[in-house]
Ligand binder design. Structure first.
Ligand SMILES: [Zn+2]
Ligand SMILES: [Zn+2]
Length: 336
């Protein structure tokens, strides 16, 4: 069997004809296998969804209990056969519940990795290398200039600023699913034990992470008591990036605008957003992680999706690995 006969791109997403299922479809389909809970990968309205317990729970939190006609738990490492096609979910290290999906039939194994990263993350299971014939990789940071720094050093810069400016509030912009909880967990790992204040939009997800045994320490809603503007002096507040543009952010005393994203590596982006303290923290692989992972899988062919596809395709070709862009539409740089 040719790999394209097992899995190929369509306008609804990656489709497996023999198994009659889609991976991370962007339009409603009969049967969807979903890698993780970010909104562009996990959409509501499919007749049948298979995903990890955590991804299903996250979809229910975001879309309500009726997010799909039927839902099936995928247990990591457990093999399930769908219309003669073997399917196995493996951890991807991206956000809580994130998984790579290995699809196998006719002696060919293709791994659709969704979004992934290699470095340790206290909020989710670490990426597992799955040997395969074809590896489908993201390329969000698929340029050699993107090398993410050590996350401990980034958090140390934040805590240093908090200590130096005790009269100012530190507002940390971080996406509500994954990044926010990781930032909080990293702050705890650095020894900060004080209450961290969170925007209402991330309350449910933080509570869910805690229910799954991820220690985020003391959290409280970032609501201001009337006339008590100073109550947030010297405090850390975490909110979604979208909240920073509106009135919400202006309630805090002389705030230091921080933003946790791999894109903060690009000075211009930080400047445009008015970010005073950019924190380079990404839930996606940097260039070295992307190329190392391709080598680790032993894949003889690589399909590259959302991001800077050309550079990674070129790198593969120079490394004697067949490669092509998938040109899937509907995926964004969401988590960054
Ligand atoms: Zn994602
Ligand atoms: Zn993505």
């Amino acid at each position: 069997m040719k790999p394209e006969a097992l899995l190929h791109p369509t306008d609804k997403g990656l489709y497996c004809p023999p198994g009659d299922f889609f991976i991370d479809p962007v339009k409603p389909v009969g049967r969807a296998l979903i890698t993780h809970g970010h909104a562009d990968h996990a959409r509501a309205g499919h007749a049948h969804v298979m995903a990890t317990r955590e991804t299903l729970d996250i979809m229910a939190i975001r879309y309500g209990d009726n997010f799909a006609g039927a839902a099936q738990d995928a247990h990591l490492g457990e093999t399930v056969t769908i219309n003669g096609v073997t399917v196995t979910f493996h951890p991807a290290g991206h956000v809580l519940g994130s998984a790579q999906i290995a699809v196998e039939a006719g002696g060919i194994r293709i791994v659709a990795s969704g979004d992934y990263k290699r470095r340790a993350d206290p909020t989710c299971a670490g990426f597992e290398v799955v040997p395969c014939d074809v590896f489908i990789t993201e390329a969000t940071f698929g340029l050699p200039v993107f090398i993410h720094p050590d996350d401990g050093a980034e958090i140390a810069r934040l805590l240093d600023s908090v200590a130096r400016f005790p009269e100012r509030a530190h507002l940390v912009g971080a996406y509500a699913l994954g990044k926010a909880q990781r930032v909080i967990a990293l702050i705890r790992k650095a020894g900060y034990g004080e209450t961290i204040y969170i925007h209402g939009a991330m309350e449910k997800l933080c509570t869910y992470y805690q229910s799954r045994g991820i220690d985020l320490g003391p959290l409280a809603p970032a609501t201001i008591d009337k006339g008590a503007k100073d109550q947030f002096a010297g405090k850390i507040i975490v909110g979604p990036p979208s909240a920073f543009a509106d009135k919400w952010a202006r309630r805090f005393p002389d705030p230091v605008a921080c933003f946790a994203s791999g894109w903060m590596r690009v000075r211009q982006r930080a400047k445009q957003r008015g970010v005073e303290l950019p924190l380079i923290l990404s839930d996606h692989s940097d260039w070295n992680e992307l190329t190392q992972t391709i080598r680790d899988t032993g894949a003889s062919e690589v399909w590259v999706t959302h991001g800077r596809e050309e550079a990674l395709v070129r790198w593969c070709e120079l490394s004697q690995i067949r490669a092509r862009p998938l040109n899937l539409v509907g995926y964004e740089d969401e988590a960054e």
